[in-house]
Design a protein around this ligand. Structure first.
Ligand SMILES: Cc1cc2nc3c(=O)[nH]c(=O)nc-3n(C[C@H](O)[C@H](O)[C@H](O)COP(=O)(O)O)c2cc1C
Length: 165
């Protein structure tokens, strides 16, 4: 007999269950008023090839997403295995998130982190309210990717690296 626990009793239990699913980590960043803004996001998922779509879930409490969504272009950097400190910088509430980060921007304003395994230059396609998050569908305009570069992995609230087999 399998004994399951009610999800409503303990939100921490739900978060720990979500944390069983390993993911990569992205930086979603753009130029706004001549300054880079952005945040770390592990909820990135590929969605569609035709049209080219990805999704990212943003907390409704996020102060950064309402500003990011007004930018004409968003840069998504898929973080590399040595980007754990960059990820933490991009999740801090205060201070200049970009102070210790090597970054650049495309002419239309998408901001990219140096050394990422992939760069996607995106526009907001649509948004879907989803509980305490907003699911943003982002359309890819152009990209660069290195599938052989090792990614940062997030699992069980910890950063991990892929083992070579
Ligand atoms: C590894 C990691 C993954 C994260 N993933 C997300 C995410 O997918 N969506 C999200 O809204 N916030 C995510 N965050 C939190 C944001 O990076 C940021 O801390 C939060 O949005 C608060 O800042 P803000 O109010 O400026 O948005 C993540 C943080 C870390 C460290």
């Amino acid at each position: 007999m399998i004994a399951l626990e009610q999800v409503t009793d303990d939100p921490g239990r739900l978060r720990r269950a979500f944390g069983c699913f390993p993911s990569g980590v992205t930086a979603v960043c753009a130029m706004l008023e001549d300054q880079p803004i952005g945040m770390a996001a592990s909820s990135f998922t590929s969605v569609s090839v035709e049209p080219p779509l990805v999704s990212v879930c943003f907390q409704t409490a996020s102060a950064t997403w309402p500003r990011l969504r007004t930018a004409p272009r968003l840069g998504i950097s898929v973080l590399a295995e040595d980007h754990d400190e960059i990820c933490m910088s991009l999740s801090r509430r205060s201070a200049d998130r970009f102070a210790d980060i090597a970054w650049d921007h495309a002419p239309e304003g998408a901001v990219f982190v140096h050394g990422a395994t992939a760069w996607l230059d995106c526009s907001v396609h649509s948004e879907v309210p989803a509980g305490d998050h907003t699911v943003a569908l982002l359309e890819i305009n152009c990209l660069q990717a290195d599938p052989d570069a090792a990614p940062l992995v997030f699992h069980g609230s910890r950063f991990r690296r892929l083992a070579a087999i």
